[in-house]
Design a protein around this ligand. Structure first.
Ligand SMILES: [Zn+2]
Length: 313
C-alpha cells in the first residue's frame, strides 16, 4: 500500500511551508499588512519575510491572516488534515483526525472547523444561466431541541411528516446546477419568504428552475426563464429532463455522511458542515478534480479567512 502522505510537504515542516507559499503566493510573497505582492525579502528566520515597501517594512509569514494563524500545530500536520478532509467523500470526524494524526482531540476538533472555514465558498456569482438548469429543494436534518422549537405556520410544504415536520427539524435549502455546482443554506425556517430570497439572490434569471410541487417555489419560480416541476405526490420523479435528482443525490450524500461520520452536530455548526459537503461536491471527480487538486483548493481558501468563531458563535 502506498503511503498517501509520502510527499515531502506531508512529512517535513519546511517543505510544508514551501508548498503553502507556492499555493498562496503564486506571484511572490503577499504582505498581509499593506497588500503588496512580490515586494519583500526573506529574513534569516525561515519563512519570515519583511515587506520592502518603504511605508510598511513589516514582517510576515505565509500563515498570517489564514485559518492556520497562530496555530501551534506543525504545518505538515495541517496539510495532512486538509488532505484527509478533502479526499474522504463523507468527511472525517475530529475523532478520526485525532487518531490518524496523533493530535489531541480538542486540537483536531478546532482544526477540522478551521478547515471547513477554508472550504467555505465566498462566491456570490449566481448559479445557472441561459440554457442551464438549476434544481432547488429543501430538506430537514437533525432535531431541533424541544426548547428551541418555534411554532410557526408553514407557507410551503404541508406539515405532513408527522414527527419530522418543518418546525422540529433543521431546515436545509440547496440549489444544484445540473452537472455543476451546489450552494446550500441553513435558514432558521424554510418558509416562503426565506426560500424566495435564497432562490432569487443565487440563481440567474435566464435559468430553467426545476423543483418538486412545493408551494415554496411557486411565486419566485415566475421570475425565471421557466419553472418546471415534478409531482412527487403522484409518484412522478421525472418528465423529460425535468427532475430534481441532482439535488436529491446531494442531500443523500450529505445525510449519509452526517449520520456515519458526524453523529452529533450542533445546530450552530450545521452551516459549516454544509460548506464542507458543498466544497467536496463542487470539486468532485466528475467535474475534473482529484484529491490533490481539491486539497490545494481548500488550502487556497485558507487565506483571508482567519479563525473567527472562537467565543463568538
Ligand atoms: Zn507591506
Amino acid at each position: 500500500m502506498t503511503d498517501i502522505f509520502s510527499a515531502p510537504h506531508f512529512r517535513d515542516d519546511n517543505a510544508a511551508r514551501e508548498y503553502l507559499e507556492k499555493i498562496l503566493w503564486p506571484d511572490g510573497p503577499v504582505c498581509p499588512h499593506c497588500g503588496v505582492i512580490g515586494h519583500a525579502y526573506a529574513t534569516k528566520r525561515p519563512g519570515v519575510y519583511r515587506c520592502a515597501e518603504s511605508k510598511c517594512r513589516k514582517d510576515f509569514t505565509v500563515t498570517m491572516r489564514t485559518v492556520m494563524e497562530r496555530s501551534k500545530i506543525a504545518l505538515h500536520k495541517w496539510l495532512q488534515a486538509f488532505h484527509l478532509m478533502c479526499s474522504s467523500k463523507k468527511g472525517m470526524s475530529a475523532h478520526q483526525l485525532h487518531r490518524t494524526l496523533g493530535l489531541r482531540y480538542e486540537t483536531a476538533w478546532f482544526m477540522a472547523h478551521r478547515i471547513r472555514e477554508a472550504m467555505r465558498d465566498g462566491g456570490l456569482a449566481p448559479l445557472g444561466g441561459r440554457g442551464k438548469v438549476v434544481e432547488a429543494d429543501e430538506t430537514y436534518y437533525g432535531d431541533i431541541p424541544e426548547a428551541q422549537q418555534r411554532k410557526f405556520k408553514t407557507t410551503g410544504r404541508p406539515m405532513s411528516k408527522k414527527k419530522s415536520g418543518p418546525g422540529k427539524k433543521r431546515a436545509i435549502v440547496s440549489l444544484v446546477e445540473r452537472d455543476g455546482r451546489v450552494r446550500s443554506f441553513h435558514p432558521a425556517h424554510a418558509d416562503g419568504l426565506t426560500v424566495t430570497e435564497i432562490v432569487r439572490s443565487n440563481i440567474d434569471r435566464e435559468t430553467r428552475l426545476h423543483t418538486d410541487e412545493s408551494k415554496l417555489y411557486f411565486s419566485v419560480g415566475k421570475e425565471f426563464a421557466a419553472h418546471e416541476t415534478v409531482n412527487h405526490a403522484t409518484n412522478e420523479y421525472a418528465r423529460g429532463d425535468v427532475n430534481t435528482n441532482s439535488v436529491e443525490g446531494y442531500f443523500s450524500i450529505f445525510k449519509r455522511g452526517m449520520r456515519g461520520v458526524y453523529q452529533h452536530c450542533k445546530e450552530k455548526h450545521l452551516h459549516r458542515y454544509l460548506a464542507e459537503y458543498d466544497f467536496r461536491y463542487n470539486h468532485r471527480v466528475k467535474l475534473g478534480y482529484n484529491d490533490g487538486d481539491r486539497a490545494a483548493l481548500a488550502v487556497k481558501g485558507a487565506a483571508g479567512k482567519r479563525l473567527t468563531y472562537r467565543g463568538r458563535h
